[in-house]
Design a protein around this ligand. Sequence first.
Ligand SMILES: Nc1nc2c([nH]c(=O)n2[C@H]2C[C@H](O)[C@@H](COP(=O)(O)OP(=O)(O)OP(=O)(O)O)O2)c(=O)[nH]1
Length: 143
Amino acid sequence: MAVAVVPKIPTIVPVVAAALIDPAGRVLMQQRRIGKAHGGLWEFPGGKVEPGESLEGALVREIAEELGVVLTPAALAPLSFAANPGDPHVVLLYTCRAWTGEPRCLDGEAIGWFAADALANLAMPPLDVPLASAVKELIDRCN
Ligand SMILES: Nc1nc2c([nH]c(=O)n2[C@H]2C[C@H](O)[C@@H](COP(=O)(O)OP(=O)(O)OP(=O)(O)O)O2)c(=O)[nH]1
């Protein structure tokens, strides 16, 4: 009898991202570099989790690489996640209101601070649309 061998290959690609929220309730968004997948669209800064990394460890690394700031791990709060059929990426979104340093655009095309009401006007990758709604709901409740 033939036995099917199913290779143990992960079918999802975990991506961690952060909604940095400033004291005025504005959110930092990053524009992806032109020419990359989803080039020119606005996303939450972050990136893929590398083998052996924790989720929070990956997020602290990515944010340091992309924005030059050090997130305060205790200030990271999981908010929501997003996945779509046919797309292996699962974006896990955290909020963060405490960090060290002034965010700079080190990796993207641009960065900007946006009021919660303005997020829906940004052109975003599909997974970011529900995530941005979750961020707006949170800010509307808390600020
Ligand atoms: N960082 C981030 N990635 C997102 C978001 N929404 C979304 O669909 N993605 C997708 C875009 C990318 O395909 C993937 C994140 O990959 P990445 O930022 O680490 O890497 P990349 O595609 O820029 O570059 P590469 O490593 O594939 O060469 O997740 C988001 O809000 N933030």
